[in-house]
Design a protein around this ligand. Structure first.
Ligand SMILES: [Fe+2]
Length: 193
């Protein structure tokens, strides 16, 4: 179940909303043109299941959404804790890649089959931090200023949807706003506090 926190931006950003109520999250995001939905979770799928297994498990909703929205490419991206000696560097590198504000020419559409990550949507003077968890589908409209934090211990499996494989590159704004908004680790630690 997702968790939404909203921050009013400023020198010291202030928290204006924190909720894990599904309907409240859906309404708050819909008011900003951002679609949030939940899919029934397929039980028995390992957190580190192969891409083929993830795509097979969710084949029905994936096909339906792709047809509705015109997605031509679907893949699976994920990162999970590992004993591999290179894992810390891999995790840090992956986290850094989209940790600063950017936009895309296509929607950024993600379904969390396992684990979690936070999409930070910079909308006018507010930042909507949407923690996506297993069963959550989020569609960030093209052109939306945003960033993504998978935390210092990345653990997620996400199905990604594209209309054009080439359209999905990051266009970085240079705005350092991400540095003053609480990061993934901080928000997760403070949840329910
Ligand atoms: Fe992005």
């Amino acid at each position: 179940m997702a968790y939404l926190t909203i921050y009013r931006d400023g020198d010291e950003p202030s928290l204006t909303l924190a909720t894990d109520d599904e309907a409240e999250i859906r309404e708050a995001l819909a008011a900003k043109g951002v679609e949030y939905a939940r899919w029934p979770v397929v039980e028995g799928l390992a957190d580190d299941a192969s891409s083929d297994d993830v795509l097979a498990a969710y084949a029905e909703p994936i096909a339906q959404l792709s047809e509705e929205q015109g997605y031509v490419l679907v893949d699976v991206a994920g990162l999970h804790p590992s004993d591999d000696p290179g894992w810390a560097a891999t995790a840090a590198g992956a986290r850094q890649k989209f940790l600063t504000e950017h936009t895309h020419a296509d929607d950024e559409v993600r379904f969390f089959a396992a684990g979690s990550g936070i999409f930070y949507l910079h909308l006018d003077d507010d930042v909507y931090a949407v923690l996506g968890e297993q069963g959550d589908l989020l569609s960030v409209p093209k052109g939306t200023t945003h960033w993504f934090d998978m935390g210092t211990q990345p653990n997620f499996t996400a199905v990604r949807f594209f209309r054009d494989e080439n359209g999905w590159v990051g266009d970085f704004t240079g705005n350092p706003i991400a540095e003053r908004i609480p990061d993934f680790d901080t928000i997760v630690a403070g949840r329910g506090a």
